[in-house]
Design a protein around this ligand. Sequence first.
Ligand code: TYM
Length: 330
Amino acid sequence: MVIFSGIQPTGTKHLGNYIGAITQYVAAQERGNPAIFCIVDLHAITVEYDPQQLREKTYDTAALLIAAGLDPEGCILFRQSDVHEHTELCWLLVAVTAVGELNRMHQFRDKSVQQRQLVSAGLLLYPVLQAADVLAYQADEVPVGEDQREHLELMRDIAERFNGRFGPVLTVPKQRIPDVGARVRDLQEPERKMSTTGGTEQGTVYVLDEPAAISRKFKRAVTDSGTDIVRRDDKPGITNLIEVMAVARGITPDAVEAEYAGGRYGDFKKATAEAVVDYLEPVRERYTDLRADESALEAMLQAGAAKARVIASATLADVCDAMGVGPRSS
Ligand code: TYM
């Protein structure tokens, strides 16, 4: 089974990215044949960004993914802009994408209102490039967090429409959204997801935060009225902490509830902080060493891109052939 996922090199990666996506990538290495992970720098330019920082952030993200457990020998890890087939396929897929669908995407709507200077056409086309990322590899499965559900549905529609119009060329992928931790919430505003752009600073736990910062953020986490430590719709703060602790300790949310039944919120927040510190500490330590060697990271990304290109160029040739673009294949 081919597994593919992408991650933006923008911002600083947080516990939501880590639990919702990165841990799934690490697990996917066992099942994927191949497992392919792409640092999507071309998606990052669809909103305001700093060109000086984009390359740096790409290395930051590569180092973080390896520190988290991706093995460049056991998967394909590369930078999107190194494989030009993504942008070419994106253009070809716009032919089977309805502008109305793009306009309705929640992420497009949310991000549009955040832009002060310009709402770029790139922001509108973002999901088509995302579809190209996945479809170029004929991926069967895409591990993502809950917020990507809509983009995945659109991607499936694009693939199905393409196959209906031009013949069965593209694999229609399935999303893989984890049962626990698919939507980690902001610790200060638990009705919102933890996010680099829309969240609160004190409510966002970064993967590379120092233990003291992690403890402080959990200590100040907003909890709900009442005293029960249980998952319930009217208790988004406590529900979030239960899920985070479960993932950090590798146990079920039911086991967390059983352990803390009758406990106090304050103690529970402290214990959650300790679990998260233990969970992230080894990643932070490995990251520091890996990030120090930029040329090794660049060499690794180049080696990944060479492997990715072999697969993506074969798909692109089939797509062009089916669409009547370019010379007839022999
Ligand atoms: P990005 O970098 O914004 O997010 C990376 C992954 O983190 C997940 N995520 C979360 N999961 C749980 N709780 C949260 N609070 C949380 N916040 C973020 C996201 O669901 C995502 O899986 N559009 C993608 C990048 C992309 C992509 C692709 C993904 C580009 N091409 C192809 C899959 C396949 C994104 O938003 O990345």
